[in-house]
Write a protein that binds this ligand. Structure first.
Ligand code: NAD
Length: 269
């Protein structure tokens, strides 16, 4: 019997979906069980070699998951509209669920927590090791420098749908945790017009969009006369794909529950 983890990729025609499918095809620990695309996609029922060339296995892109297809973990990088169906499919198949979809509504996070009663669930706004370290650093600096102004600036490619990025929000929550303040009270998402001076304790956000930027985040701590900037720059989507694949392999052995990417990294980070 094979020990490979059978993974279904939801949103496999997208930028991240393709990077993850490729990472699985190259992996010795996982098997691409099914590459799901949206109904009506030009890739539906096409062989994988249309996209992955020599890496292809005997799998086609598909719009539905055959009941006979093994699914240990479903990996979702689709988008907030398709997310609910992806989660429902994982619950129906009683598989693990790994999602990197950002821009989710509160109800969708609640659905994930609900699903975690019956299946293992891991959601992360960012599957990069460097960003995981940045989150830890931001929390620590915010705690050590409580009086300093804090802003989070992010830049992404021109086609990104949500703003600020899910990672920027996670960083903001880490700063709020470090300062033991309520995030929703401290967060300021935009400044325009006669907004007046900055309120003490604000956590500001700025979102830049353009070109093909994979993802950049800077947490800026400002005091009179000095400024500390913590920056992460992603130059390849492969880092997120590797992280999401590591999370899926890790999750496959776990009991139902809600898990974090930090837990996957804990032994090594
Ligand atoms: P994308 O638009 O390139 O890909 C999304 C794909 O999902 C598209 O191919 C779309 O056709 C497909 N899709 C939509 N509905 C579907 C359905 N019902 N069934 C199957 N597929 C469906 O977007 P992207 O850049 O790959 O990003 C996807 C998501 O991942 C976004 O929310 C983005 O913010 C997030 N993201 C997360 C991380 C992370 O590390 N967590 C990194 C990068 C991007």
């Amino acid at each position: 019997m094979s020990d490979l983890v059978n993974i279904v990729v939801y949103g496999s025609a997208g930028r991240m979906g393709q990077a993850i499918a490729r990472a699985i095809l190259e992996s010795t620990q996982a098997r691409l069980s099914c590459a799901l695309v949206r109904p009506g996609s030009g890739l539906a029922d096409e062989p994988l070699d249309r996209v992955f060339g020599a890496l292809k296995r005997d799998v086609d892109f598909s719009t539905s998951l055959d009941p006979d297809m093994p699914c240990d973990v479903l990996v979702d990088f689709s988008g907030p509209v398709a997310f609910d169906a992806a989660l429902a499919l994982a619950v129906e198949r009683r598989s693990g669920f790994v999602s990197g979809t950002t821009g989710l509504r509160e109800e969708q996070f609640a659905s994930m927590h609900n699903a975690a009663r019956t299946i293992p669930v891991l959601w992360a706004a960012n599957f990069s090791l460097g960003v995981a370290m940045l989150v830890r650093c931001a929390r620590r600096v915010a705690n050590a420098l409580p009086g300093w102004d804090c802003d989070i600036v992010e830049m992404h490619h021109a086609r990104k749908q949500d703003a600020p990025s899910g990672t920027a929000l996670v960083l903001g929550h880490a700063v709020a945790e470090g300062r033991e303040v309520d995030f929703d009270t401290a967060a300021v998402y935009a400044r325009q017009g006669q907004v007046g001076p900055r309120r003490p304790g604000e956590i500001g956000f700025a979102a830049l969009r353009g070109g093909d930027v994979v993802g950049e985040h800077t947490v800026i701590f400002n005091a009179g006369g000095e400024r500390l900037e913590l920056t992460h720059r992603a130059t390849s989507r492969d880092i997120f794909a590797r992280g999401a694949l590591a999370a899926a392999i890790w999750l496959s052995g776990h009991e139902p529950g809600m898990y974090t990417f930090d837990q996957v990294l804990a032994p090594t980070a």
